[in-house]
Design a protein around this ligand. Structure first.
Ligand code: HEC
Length: 138
């Protein structure tokens, strides 16, 4: 009985493996297999999004309004990234510096944590800045 069961499970898998092998060998570019393989920018974006959704949002809020679950305890509170005047007052370099070195390093609240592990991770940092910029006017 257990053998019959195994065979039933195996055959669709075998068909899939053969199909995948044939697809790869047919000279078709494997566009659906690994889209991020040679697209480092996409990897940076993914990492930045994961970081924002797991860390930054706790204070800055998932829509960047400075209203995350941890924001109530903060003084000063994080500003809203939607603030157009603030967006115009900072350049990308300043935003990057704040993220990597933390608030204390740029004369802001020490509650804004540093992310030293991101130093030199230009793609992830650029993508994080893009996320922050994306809240402009929203
Ligand atoms: C523990 C809460 C907390 C977390 C987590 C946090 N921040 Fe902040 N952040 C702050 C606070 C508070 C300020 C405001 C500092 C001030 O105005 O003195 C701030 C300021 C900033 C600023 C500068 C805004 C300005 O006034 O110029 C940027 C940009 C920023 N954070 C981005 C991020 C990003 C991106 C992440 C995730 C990698 C993050 N922060 C994680 C609390 C946090």
């Amino acid at each position: 009985m257990s053998q019959r069961h195994t065979r039933r499970l195996l055959s669709p898998l075998t068909v899939f493996v053969i199909a995948a092998a044939c697809g790869g060998g047919a000279g078709k570019p494997a566009t659906t297999a690994k889209p991020a393989a040679n697209a480092p920018a996409a990897t940076g974006e993914k990492e930045a999004r994961a970081l924002f959704d797991s860390l930054c949002f706790t204070c800055h809020g998932s829509s960047g309004h400075g209203d995350g679950p941890g924001a109530a305890a903060l003084d000063p509170k994080p500003r809203s990234f939607a603030d157009v005047a603030w967006q115009d007052s900072v350049n990308d370099e300043q935003i990057t510096k704040t993220i990597v070195f933390g608030g204390a390093a740029v004369g802001k609240s020490p509650m804004m944590p540093a992310q030293p592990q991101l130093k030199g991770q230009t793609e992830t940092l650029a993508a994080l800045v893009k996320i922050v910029r994306g809240f402009r006017g929203k």
